[in-house]
Design a protein around this ligand. Structure first.
Ligand code: IMO
Ligand code: MG
Length: 415
């Protein structure tokens, strides 16, 4: 039995899609357990770019995709991405939980309205309706997949929802059409996944967003509306904590954040622009430019601790090429005190002064030389790049077993 949870260690966009693909090459099933179409997971296979918002990106490697009950589902995206998988020649067996919540047009509208009324304190959401859908779920006024299969229940629930918001809601007929389309795939994902594990099958849980965007453990209120840490795989799918065999933390070789909120190691100016351009740090879901900064050890140590990460995959190391010096924030000075592991509390982080160490960079490398490195393995990396990874390993006290050096599958080394 093997159950691997993939979790983002920063503010999302760590490159979880590619890592999930790599880990799913010998997996039977891959599960999305939280979040919705706010996620943007990309895989590039043989130069072909596959973008996923709702289905787990690991499904592109042939593992059976599942969407579990902890998610908020954008059905248009689901159908589109099932077509995408089919077009790549993958035989799609797929299961979606009858208990997953559905994002309605109303939720997307509310997302935008709430952002507007927050004015200068807007979260900078993806406007995919995530927050309002989760809040209706918590209010017990949400619409679930199972409701689409039962006209009477759906009608009743839409009536309630209409009263709750005092707004028009989706057309019943349209939702019933979705119901007919989704019906063949609806099941009990929790039981299904537990059975697979009993049979000794390999399951990967593909987390979306990142630790610092977790609604309970992130930089609230500048967070998403779900739990994103590794433990959320258990509640979001319905598997017991003792079934999880390992947690893989994914971190980018530098930090990025899209949307508002505190960012202690943020880099402004030319250097920030340079890394943003090199790393193509523009949202896959919204196209927004991402804010860029150095690695932040106090926050990474926190992330690694609360998900009890087994090992780390570092992505986009190639993007730092050509920088003379690379900085790592090793600790903070907060009101004259040294802080090595930081709670992601906004007011606390606003007072944090990062203390940096500096290490030597390495020269620019051609695509051809990165390809050669990936063929030859870890030892073929420039010495300074190896030193950077090993320094991070020591500072974070967890092994970095996989280093990704390009978007395409194949451009990575194991250590
Ligand atoms: P992946 O899975 C990066 C951010 C938004 C915003 C905040 C709340 O690709 O790593 P929401 O729409 O969830 O209510 O927005 O969370 N955010 C992400 N940032 N990557 C993501 O997903 C994100 N999903 C949400 O930018 O700051
Ligand atoms: Mg993203």
């Amino acid at each position: 039995m093997s159950a691997t949870v993939i979790t983002g260690l920063q503010w999302g966009d760590e490159g979880k899609g590619k890592i999930s693909y790599l880990l799913c090459r010998n997996a039977d099933c891959v599960v999305r357990f939280q979040g919705g179409a706010n996620a943007g997971h990309t895989v590039v296979v043989s130069g072909k770019k596959l973008k996923f918002n709702m289905l787990p990106a690991g499904s592109a490697a042939g593992a059976m995709p599942c969407i579990a009950s902890g998610t908020v589902v954008d059905l248009d995206e689901v159908f589109e991405e099932l077509d995408l998988l089919k077009s790549t020649g993958i035989n799609v067996k797929f299961m979606i939980s009858r208990a997953a919540s559905i994002v309605l047009g109303l939720h997307k509208k509310l997302d935008a309205v709430i952002e507007e009324l927050r004015g200068g304190r807007a979260v900078g959401t993806t406007r995919r309706g995530i927050g309002p859908t989760y809040s209706d779920k918590a209010l017990r006024a949400g619409i679930r997949i199972e409701d689409l299969l039962d006209e009477k229940s759906l009608k009743d629930k839409l009536e309630i929802l209409k009263k709750v918001h005092g707004l028009e809601v989706e057309d019943l007929g349209r939702l019933m059409e979705y119901g007919e389309k989704i019906r063949p795939y609806v099941g009990d994902v929790g039981l299904f996944v537990n059975d697979l594990l009993d049979e000794g099958k390999k399951v990967v849980f593909e987390g979306a967003q990142g630790t610092l965007l977790d609604i309970d453990h992130g930089t609230y209120p500048y967070v998403t509306s779900s739990n994103t840490i590794a433990g959320a795989a258990c509640t979001g799918c319905g598997v017991g904590p003792t079934r999880i065999s390992e947690v893989v933390g994914v971190m980018k070789a530098y930090s990025t954040r899209v949307g508002a909120g505190v960012f202690p190691t943020e880099l402004g100016g030319e250097l920030g622009d340079k890394i943003r351009e090199a790393g193509q740090e523009f949202g896959t879901t919204t196209g927004r430019p991402r804010r860029v900064g150095w690695l932040d050890m106090p926050l990474l140590r926190y992330a690694v601790r609360i998900s009890d990460v087994t090992w780390i995959a570092m992505t986009k190391l190639d993007i730092l090429s050509g920088l003379e010096k690379i900085k790592i924030c090793v600790e903070y000075d907060v009101d004259g005190k040294t802080v090595k592991i930081a709670p992601p509390e906004v007011r606390f982080l606003e007072r944090a002064k990062p203390i940096y160490m500096e290490i030597n960079g390495w020269g620019k490398m051609s695509d051809e030389s990165w390809k050669k490195v990936s063929e030859r393995g870890w030892e073929a990396l420039p010495d300074e790049a190896k030193a950077y990874v090993e320094t991070v390993e020591k500072l974070i006290r967890k092994p970095i077993r996989l280093v990704s050096i390009g978007a395409d599958v194949g451009l990575e080394v194991t250590k």
